[in-house]
Design a protein around this ligand. Sequence first.
Ligand SMILES: [Zn+2]
Length: 255
Amino acid sequence: MLELIDSHCHLDFADFNPDRLKVLARAKAKGVTHFLVPGIGVHNWQAVLTLASQHQGVYAALGIHPYFLADFDDSHLQLLDDYLATAKNVVAVGEFGLDKMADFPFEQQLQICQQQLLLAKQHHLPVILHCRKAHNELIQLLQQAKLPRGGVLHGFSGSRELGMQYIKLGFKLGIGGVITYPRAAKTRQAVSELPLTSLLLETDSPDMPISGYQGGRNEPANITEVLQTLTKLRQEPEELIAKTSVSSFFELFLS
Ligand SMILES: [Zn+2]
């Protein structure tokens, strides 16, 4: 069986409360050995850390997602700084970023994003980035930040040119369920051409359903569907894609 990694899954979400252990077991039965669970705001950091401490192969990231800024105040950044200094099993800062669809002033999003980039730099950690309709602004922040360990743009969707802009800055791209949709022609074309060494696999579960499973809950075991689609699109051996993405994950987060 091929070793696989789900580089972005929200295993702490309440969607998994009824059967979290079974979800993990199903993924492990399909070869998934590592799970990276990103934080989204102060309210879920403890849950993410608890999961990582309880389950082998589960790793934590802590960050403030642009969708969860309604009750934001500066003390959250101070708390993040404290957590990053002391918490165990934290391998990245994230997920955070910029989102023009989020119901929160964009100027403030820019500041909060910049401050989290700074924390990543200070704690010498890679980042997990979320971005919607704000790539130019995010790329500009990344150029200024000069992160020592780079990171991943999660949920990549877009052109080859866009992907290359991140790759040239030393970033990986998180490839998920988007590519299983025939209508995502531009992204499918892009992932067939981008350098394999820059691609990580992710489900973003419970969100981002695989094509054909819309309306249902997504889960890490479905990472095999992402791999299969990527294999078809790239016309490369499945083992090569699996192995390369696993090495890239280790190199970025666990080295
Ligand atoms: Zn996410």
